[in-house]
Design a protein around this ligand. Structure first.
Ligand code: 5GP
Ligand code: MG
Length: 184
């Protein structure tokens, strides 16, 4: 049953499980014999983080960051606002960032620059959803679950609209009236 505010499901629970399985296998192969430091970008990536981590057969740790990026509106990448920073020392570590959506790329390109100063061995990007058509920064995902070229605003599986719908087990598009409805 689809949530009453949603128009259609674009990624089903089954498709999510298959993508997580595929990415997990790929990471296990690529990092065989290594230790991984996962950094989960809150809030949106929490279900993806929990699902991916349970597919990893290697030594790993997980840390959390909460960031936002304010674009300047002039084409520059804006500035990174760190609401919560990692507590682990990532010097010399193999870092994999777990993100919900890679969209314009402002957030992750700023974040990668910030984390690179801490001296990790390398930083890779694993995003649940990639929207390459909307990219404005030179950054690409090393691992992704789904590609979306159509410009759709997605909710579910951690993705919110006004903090709601993160609990949906699938990814969906909201009904237009939900966006236009004034709160209150
Ligand atoms: P960007 O790559 O543009 O700096 O930022 C990507 C962030 O914007 C994502 O991590 C996500 O929080 C938010 N975002 C982008 N597209 C969507 C979408 O379709 N739905 C939701 N809920 N958030 C989105
Ligand atoms: Mg995000």
């Amino acid at each position: 049953m689809i949530n009453k505010d949603c128009e259609r499901i674009v990624v089903s629970e089954k498709e999510i499980a298959e993508a997580v399985e595929r990415i997990g296998k790929q990471i296990n192969t690529d990092y065989a014999g290594e230790e991984i430091t996962f950094i989960s970008i809150l809030n949106g990536s929490y279900p993806f983080t929990a699902d991916i981590l349970r597919k990893i057969d290697l030594d790993c740790t997980v840390d959390f960051m909460q960031v936002s990026s304010y674009g300047s509106g002039t084409g520059s990448s804006g500035t990174l606002n760190i609401k919560r920073d990692i507590s682990a020392d990532i010097r010399g570590k193999h870092v994999i960032l777990l993100e919900d959506i890679l969209d314009t790329g402002f957030t992750l390109s700023n974040l990668v620059k910030y984390l690179a100063e801490k001296g990790p061995a390398d930083i890779k990007i694993c995003t649940f959803i990639d929207k390459p058509a909307r990219r404005r920064e030179e950054i690409s995902a090393d691992y992704y679950g789904f590609l979306f070229d159509e410009d759709l605003f997605l909710v579910g599986y951690g993705l919110d609209y006004n903090q709601k719908y993160r609990n949906l087990p699938y990814v969906a598009v909201l009904k237009p009236e939900i966006y236009t409805k004034t709160t209150d």
